[in-house]
Design a protein around this ligand. Structure first.
Ligand SMILES: C[S@@+](CC[C@H](N)C(=O)[O-])C[C@H]1O[C@@H](n2cnc3c(N)ncnc32)[C@H](O)[C@@H]1O
Length: 184
């Protein structure tokens, strides 16, 4: 189900979530599977002119809508890319945060996407995976396509990360923070 930004803000506040993960002015943020920019736009405002946001999505129409929204707000610090996350390295070791917003279950090959995230992160950077709890609820995608916290943790660990924190950030969502595993 697709929600308008306005509707979605009734149960999810992107500014609060981005502040909670410690995103700071001047940082480089990668929004992988960004959609129309529910997190991209607040991240671009937060990192400011000295920061940088990369927004990647396989859906060109979503990226065009995000481009229009960024233009209206005159946000000049967003790079928009249409491609699959499995096949895209946006840089090597430039990112402070690689962010997956309710998207891990959508990737055809989540392992490849995670290994790309690992390569794009600075050594001290962080991976943030926000996703739906695998439960039946009145909003969100069907339970059977959701990735549980345990499955997400296993995937993240198997692909070169050390999990640092797992939090329930609403009745609907969990948020996992991980760091590149220096042994990889
Ligand atoms: C549920 S939406 C979430 C969008 C956004 N993160 C948000 O929170 O609003 C999932 C997005 O992932 C994108 N997507 C799915 N598979 C992808 C892939 N392999 N590479 C890049 N983007 C992908 C879809 O086009 C869609 O925009």
């Amino acid at each position: 189900m697709l929600y308008s930004f306005e509707e979605r803000r009734k149960w999810q506040n992107p500014e609060t979530i981005l502040a909670g993960i410690g995103l700071k002015p001047g940082e480089t943020f990668m929004d992988i599977g960004c959609g129309e920019g529910f997190f991209t736009l607040p991240a671009a405002r937060l990192v400011g002119a000295k920061g940088k946001v990369y927004a990647l999505d396989i859906n060109g129409e979503a990226i065009e809508r995000l481009r229009e929204r960024a233009l209206v707000e005159r946000l000049g610090n967003i790079s928009l890319v249409v491609n699959s996350a499995e096949e895209t390295l946006l840089c090597r070791q430039c990112a402070d945060v690689v962010f997956f917003g309710q998207v891990l279950h959508d990737f055809r090959d989540p392992g490849s996407v995670l290994r790309n995230a690992r390569k794009m992160l600075k050594p001290g950077g962080r991976l943030v995976d926000l996703d739906w709890r695998k439960e039946i609820m009145e909003i969100g995608p069907p339970r059977q396509i959701r990735v549980s916290e345990d499955e997400a943790v296993r995937l993240i660990q198997q692909n070169g990360f050390v999990v640092r924190a797992i939090k329930a950030i609403s009745p609907y969502h969990y948020l996992i923070t991980a760091r590149p595993d220096i042994r990889h």
